[in-house]
Design a protein around this ligand. Structure first.
Ligand code: SF4
Length: 199
């Protein structure tokens, strides 16, 4: 039987499945519209996220808000979370064991939100959701259909802050997301009127 949001919340808050749980200030489960057609999955909480208990609120989060706005989506209309719910020390990449320990929480979130489209942000999310055979440099911008979800990847906003040359590719990826949302008639109140502007 599928667990409820309160049960999932409690599971995450009590979780000590890996060592990240004892090193963070607080858990960062994710936030947004729990019925969103579009779900975004990043890597893990950073310093600001750890302090505030919210996903994508630091500099990378601010860039993410702008990226979403560029395709006419306010961020409170999507669901945003990470592969791991606790901040790794010094913002290092979570280990395969840590990702494996946390993947059940992510799977439960996906099952509860039931998004139609999933946008993976960066290499860690690609690895966790699509598997080790996928590389962000090769698979970004390509649609992958799995279990009824349309999945696409782009670069993590942190990577875009480090390397501006990736922004062009990220913008092209986002336009594909917008196009797919329109094709599926998702967010008609936000996207239909402006369809011609992005054609
Ligand atoms: S990162 Fe995930 S698995 Fe590890 S303690 Fe935190 S919630 Fe649990």
């Amino acid at each position: 039987m599928r667990i409820s949001w309160p049960e999932l919340w409690e599971n995450i808050m009590q979780c000590q499945n890996c060592s990240l749980g004892s090193g963070c200030i607080q858990k960062v489960p994710g936030q947004g519209d729990v019925h969103a057609p579009l779900m975004l999955i990043g890597e893990g909480p950073g310093e600001q996220e750890d302090k505030q208990g919210l996903a994508f609120v630091g500099p990378a989060g601010q860039l993410l808000t702008k990226m979403l706005s560029a395709i006419d989506l306010p961020r409170d209309r999507v669901y945003i979370c990470n592969v791991v719910k606790c901040r790794p020390p010094r913002n290092r990449q979570p280990s395969p064991e840590e990702m494996q320990a946390c993947i059940g929480h992510l799977r439960a979130q996906v099952a509860l939100v039931k998004p139609r489209v999933i946008l993976l942000l960066g290499a860690t999310a690609v690895c966790a959701v699509l598997g080790n055979d996928y590389r962000i440099t090769r698979c970004h911008g390509q649609w992958i259909e799995r279990k009824g979800y349309s999945i696409i990847a782009t670069y993590h906003p942190s990577a875009l802050l480090r390397d501006e040359s990736k922004k062009r590719d990220a913008w092209d990826d986002l336009k594909k997301v917008r196009q797919r949302l329109c094709e599926l008639s998702l967010y008609p109140d936000l996207l239909e009127d402006k369809k011609n502007e992005h054609a």
